[in-house]
Design a protein around this ligand. Structure first.
Ligand code: ADP
Length: 478
């Protein structure tokens, strides 16, 4: 029972206290549909209380030496490692991914805390050569202030630490609104943050009504920045809502990742990359491959090899040993994948394997070849275990097809020709390119997109910039 775990919490966390609400809503296990917990449904009032707490806490938190903030983040990091199994069990229970993947996510998530604990001590200023001899120009780098984070359900731990880590490192305080599907991981992280010594009000987690919480966060002039990860439509709406108070924005939105496979590629590496890039988290990541663009000469071999690997995947509850593919998050997600499958077949796609739904929210990993460019799957993010393969002949055609989308998050490219690698990586209109490697997510690199995939970068030394303002001080009369 996840309820017996020491970091399990089923109340919201505001100003260092665990808060209940008049109404509660169920958190369900997508593998079984069973209710595993209930969390408070809070709204605008609780959100305003969290903003007020974050504003009060900001005064002392930003004034603390960076080394002290770093030590607290590092303690939180170690507590996450100590509770890795418990956190993974909570995550799988509410999100569905296999336990091994959930354990991996806990490490990945914790790594952001360690990374930003290290970066906290290097938020340095500048001295600029002044135009007159009796002047000095100083540039200070200060925290932006109170920050709001709105996070999705597909990485319930990592999407929080990659925002809270840099915020706290920079001296900001934060209010997190986790996805309603996965609040328990967020609350467990808050419990460990409290244990690590994060002061009251510095981190708040508000569960409940997305529109009411989001509305209160967006209308508040005290909230100086929003970091959002989620769908492009909601991102656009939050962008508009942030206009009256002119908030800083980091938006990590949808993608439509192409995977370009050239005849000269190492097919073994490409197949491994294809499986990781497509089927991790049952295809529910924003950097998941949506379109396999494959050159004529390697096309048949790729489809054949991918088919065999897909058929070896094991569907089932994430808690069962050997399972590689858990359920999708909800019925809407299943319906979208089924729509993309039906549409691709209706457009003349060839079903190679899968295509059926065993039961509940489980979908059979599916491969469709010869998909035409007009099919929905070629244009919209599928967010599920459907691999669509599209044929191309030459490099220019592949680049044109890859860029023919409003999105620009991740792209993958497999080739052993160094000239082609550099040409194509340069031509891809994306924020991230995996060249002969699909494992692109790491705390040390700048993660983020362009075009309708959003703005801002998370991770790396650049990830801290979104949480820092510059103040220029002209010292005259020296
Ligand atoms: P998905 O469709 O994958 O759930 P969303 O963009 O709807 O993606 O959700 C991402 C996050 O945005 C979640 O935390 C969700 O609750 C939140 N969200 C959805 N609608 C709103 C809204 N109107 N205001 C603020 N947050 C919202």
């Amino acid at each position: 029972m996840i309820r017996d775990l020491s970091c399990f919490r089923d109340k919201a966390f505001i100003d260092g206290a665990w808060i209940d609400g008049d109404a509660r809503e169920a958190v369900t296990d997508p593998a079984t549909g069973a209710t595993i917990a209930e969390v408070p449904v809070l709204g605008a009032d609780a959100t305003r209380a969290a903003i007020a707490a974050a504003s009060r806490a900001l005064v002392q938190w930003r004034a603390r030496p960076a080394g002290e903030r770093a030590d607290i983040l590092m303690t939180w990091y170690r507590l996450m490692l100590d509770h890795q199994d418990a956190l993974a069990r909570i995550l799988t229970a509410e999100q569905g991914k296999p336990l091994a993947e959930a354990s991996g996510e806990i490490i990945y998530a914790a790594n952001f805390l360690r990374w930003f604990a290290e970066e906290a001590r290097r938020i340095d200023g500048e001295i600029i050569a002044a135009p007159r001899t009796n002047q000095r120009i100083l540039v200070w780098r200060e925290p932006v202030g109170v920050v709001a984070a709105i996070t999705p359900w597909n990485f319930p731990a990592a999407m929080i630490t990659r925002k809270v880590g840099p915020a706290l490192a920079a001296g900001c305080t934060i209010i997190v609104k986790p996805a309603p599907e996965t609040p328990l991981t967020a609350l467990a992280l808050a419990a460990l943050a409290q244990e690590a010594g994060v002061p009251a009000g510095v981190l708040n987690v508000v569960t409940g009504d997305a529109a009411a919480i989001g509305g209160a966060l967006m209308e508040s002039a005290e909230v100086r920045k929003l970091s959002f990860t989620g769908s492009t439509p909601v991102g656009r709406m939050l962008y508009a809502q942030s206009a009256p108070t002119l908030k800083r924005l980091s938006l990590e939105l949808g993608g439509n990742a192409p995977f370009l496979l050239f005849d000269d590629a190492d097919l073994d590496a490409a197949i491994d990359g294809a499986m990781l890039g497509k089927f991790r988290n049952a295809g529910q990541t924003c950097v998941c491959v949506n379109r396999f663009l494959v050159q004529d000469g390697i096309y048949d071999a790729f489809v054949e090899r991918l088919k065999a690997r897909i058929e070896a995947l094991v569907i089932g509850p994430g808690t069962e040993a050997g399972v590689t593919t858990g359920p999708l998050i909800n019925a809407k997600a299943v319906a979208k994948v089924e729509q993309h499958v039906a549409d691709a077949l209706a457009h003349g796609g060839r079903l190679v394997t899968g295509g059926d739904r065993p039961e509940g929210l489980f979908l059979r990993p599916t491969l469709i070849a010869d998909v035409p460019a007009e099919a929905l799957v070629a244009r919209e993010e599928t967010f599920g275990p459907l691999a669509a393969v599209i044929r191309f002949t030459d490099e220019a055609e592949a680049i044109r097809m890859a860029n023919d989308t409003e999105f620009g998050l991740a792209a993958y490219l497999y080739t052993r020709d160094i000239g082609r690698a550099m040409r194509v990586a340069g031509a891809l209109e994306y924020g991230m390119v995996g060249l002969n490697d699909a494992a692109i997510s790491t705390e040390v690199a700048p993660f983020g997109g362009i075009k309708a995939s959003g703005m801002g970068r998370e991770g790396s030394r650049h990830g801290i910039e979104d949480y820092v303002e510059m103040k220029y001080v002209m010292m005259g009369g020296l």
